[in-house]
Write a protein that binds this ligand. Structure first.
Ligand code: ZN
Length: 676
């Protein structure tokens, strides 16, 4: 649950620490459609890696790309069939490419690629196509037999499956449902459970959990839970198990990576991961995670596996993802300062003493340059990651935190001058504040959230880490965000040289409120609630403070010319409210107070004011900015000498979004259309 996602407010930023001249020649915007803008990112300093490091990067990027199909299948049972059918139509289309049906069809295909399936990557609702089912039916019937063979089905079979799946809004309407009072598994279209009720799944895993186990495995993390002949069975993702064809390829490339690892510790990391993929043993996954946390010296690093559990309504099963990266040495100095003062932050955190860690262990952090984004990190990607997720490993061995600065920089460059700040900020004072400090304070808040926030505090003995159930992710993100917000206004920031002066934090406070109370709502359709944990967390924090601040007017919503704005009258009081809320959120987490988590999330984090929501959507529509961003990866071309030795890695930024996805579907697609 430790992923920081790009938040809309970043589109206000100006750049502070990137080279403007160099970057402006680079073409950041690749494509735009529906609510998406597709960007490309640069991989600075790649050329400065050693030959061996480049070879390692190359093998790890191949291991990353081969997991693509897994996520499609995890996101929904019919997703691979949908993608393959759409791509076959697209590549064989002989009709009029200017027809409204074809144009709508192309947009739909691009959206499927964005979401790795048929449900919106962020909102979770199934998107309904704007082309007719007649058009679709006709095109499926025209598919050549070679295409049908690849899919493994006749055109009639495809139509029988896909007409309802694509066109009927009642079928598989949401990927993840988190509403209270319904069976979450029956209501969700994700593919982690089949024929299993929520109560059955909960009972199945509760029976395995031992309250006294100090090192519990992550139950159910790498399996699909199904019912066979009335009995619950776990299908494990591993070599020889579910998704074996893709996992074998991943292992193949990891073995090559193993042979050129930078050092013994990294060998241990890659070796354990291979062993885990071969056995599916979650104890081995924990061994891998510990080895990975302990690898703090390698220049190249990666995430590869079943990691984050946002896609499972019960928060147990992990989607497949990968990021390959290397250290941004210069920018990492900032996070090293934060990490080396971790104990001071823990000791001075405004939470009850019994919830504090006596010793904060192994909080390491770095700024990285992403070399490839894959699985659940492609094409939409986090800007910060803190892993591993197992609480006991974090407590005993620490965690590793990263901020992905070549991604944040690409967002920033692409958003420059789009009019967003001018539309939503109260006055020039706030615009200037954000323009002056925004890139720095956003990066710093992400660092604090990741390096310290998630790693701080502890559960009381005997508290089940899953006690907050569906509210766990929101409470955890709230906690990490508050930790960062609270300390940003502390004099320690200037003292440590992390902020230039005592005004800078106000940029983050203002943006946070503007986003949490208003502008993040541009991502939500009118009439819908907030589902995503990070968005819930931001609204929870800002609404809670806003309500408390009604007594002293520290924060208010003010009207001008029929438009609503956030005004912060007293920044110091806002910090005091953050302090109060952090204490309460930590208490909820540490004691596993499910009722309190339920109450605070349902009261503040979920519902929107429809009048304000509509106003914000209208104002935003006038700006013509896509609310979501995704990325294309560069192409890596290995160069070998005549003896087959790796001698260099070339990078090519020229590929567009359609080309890339079609190529990935050709070169990195090994799973059958249906996976059992
Ligand atoms: Zn987080």
């Amino acid at each position: 649950m430790k992923k920081v996602i790009f938040i809309l407010m970043m589109s206000l930023l100006t750049f502070a620490c990137t080279s403007k001249e160099q970057k402006e020649e680079f073409n950041y915007v690749v494509d735009s459609f529906a609510d998406m803008q597709i960007l490309r990112y640069q991989v600075p300093e790649l050329e400065n890696l050693t030959i061996k490091q480049k070879e390692l990067v190359y093998y790890l990027t191949e291991a990353a790309l081969h997991g693509r199909d897994i996520l499609y299948d995890q996101n929904g049972k019919y997703n691979l069939l949908v993608r393959r059918t759409l791509e076959a139509i697209y590549e064989n289309y002989k009709g009029d490419k200017t027809s409204s049906d074809f144009i709508a069809f192309e947009v739909y295909l691009k959206r499927v690629w964005v979401s790795n399936g048929i449900h919106h990557h962020y909102g979770n609702d199934k998107f309904i196509p704007n082309f007719s089912s007649d058009f679709f039916e006709n095109e499926v019937k025209l598919l050549p037999s070679a295409s049908l063979e690849k899919i493994g089905m006749s055109s009639q079979e495809i139509l029988d499956y896909l007409i309802p799946v694509i066109f009927n809004p009642e079928i598989a309407s949401r990927r993840i449902v988190q509403d209270s009072g319904v069976d979450l598994l029956q209501a969700s279209a994700c593919n982690y459970y089949e024929g299993v009720s929520q109560a059955e799944a909960e009972q199945f895993y509760n029976a395995q959990k031992s309250v006294n186990d100090p090192m519990p495995i992550s139950y159910g993390l790498n399996t699909k839970l199904v019912k066979e002949n009335g009995v619950l069975v776990e299908k494990t993702y591993k070599v020889g198990g579910l998704y074996t064809a893709a996992i074998e390829k991943i292992v193949f490339w990891l073995e090559k990576a193993y042979s050129v690892a930078e050092n013994e510790q990294q060998k241990e990391v890659i070796g354990r991961l291979i062993e885990y993929y071969q056995t599916g043993d979650l104890r081995t996954f924990d061994d891998f995670s510990i080895a990975w946390v302990n690898d703090t010296t390698s220049h190249i690093d990666f995430v590869n596996g079943f990691i984050e559990t946002y896609g499972d309504p019960l928060g147990m099963k992990a989607s497949w993802e990968s990021i390959v990266n290397f250290k941004n040495v210069e920018a990492t100095k900032r996070t090293e300062v934060i990490s080396s003062n971790a104990q001071w932050f823990e000791d001075n955190s405004p939470i009850a003493k019994e919830f504090k860690k006596e010793t904060v262990k192994g909080v390491t952090a770095k700024v990285i340059t992403a070399a490839i984004l894959a699985g659940d990190c492609y094409p939409t990607t986090p800007i910060g990651i803190n892993l591993p997720n197992a609480n006991w490993i974090r407590a005993m061995h620490g965690s590793k935190s990263v901020t992905i600065e070549n991604i944040t920089s690409a967002y920033d460059m692409a958003a420059h001058g789009n009019g967003f700040a001018e539309e939503f900020a109260w006055s020039q004072v706030e615009i200037d504040l954000m323009s002056k400090y925004g890139f720095l304070t956003d990066n710093l808040h992400t660092d604090l959230h990741e390096c310290l926030g998630h790693g701080s505090g502890k559960l009381l003995p005997g508290v089940d880490p899953d006690a907050l159930k569906a509210y766990g992710a929101t409470i955890e993100e709230t906690r990490a965000d508050l930790f960062g917000l609270y300390f940003m206004a502390d004099p320690i920031m200037v003292k440590l040289g992390l902020l230039p002066d005592k005004e800078a934090y106000k940029a983050q406070y203002y943006k946070y409120f503007m986003n949490g109370l208003m502008t993040q709502q541009v991502r939500i359709e009118l009439g819908k609630n907030i589902e995503e944990s990070h968005m819930r967390n931001r609204q929870l924090i800002t609404r809670w403070v806003f309500e408390k601040a009604k007594s002293d007017n520290a924060v208010e919503l003010r009207e001008r010319d029929g438009k609503t704005y956030v005004v912060i009258n007293d920044y110091k009081k806002v910090q005091a409210y953050f302090s109060d809320l952090l204490a309460e959120i930590q208490r909820i987490k540490s004691t596993g107070d499910f009722q309190a988590a339920h109450d605070i999330v349902e009261r503040y984090a979920v519902k929107l004011d429809p009048v304000l929501h509509k106003q914000i959507l209208d104002r935003y529509a006038g700006l013509n900015i896509a609310p979501y961003k995704g990325f294309v990866n560069p192409i890596y071309k290995p160069i070998f000498d005549k003896n087959g030795n790796f001698v260099d890695l070339k990078i090519d930024y020229s590929e567009n979004y359609v080309e890339q996805n079609l190529r990935y579907s050709t070169e990195y697609s090994s799973l059958p259309t249906f996976n059992e």
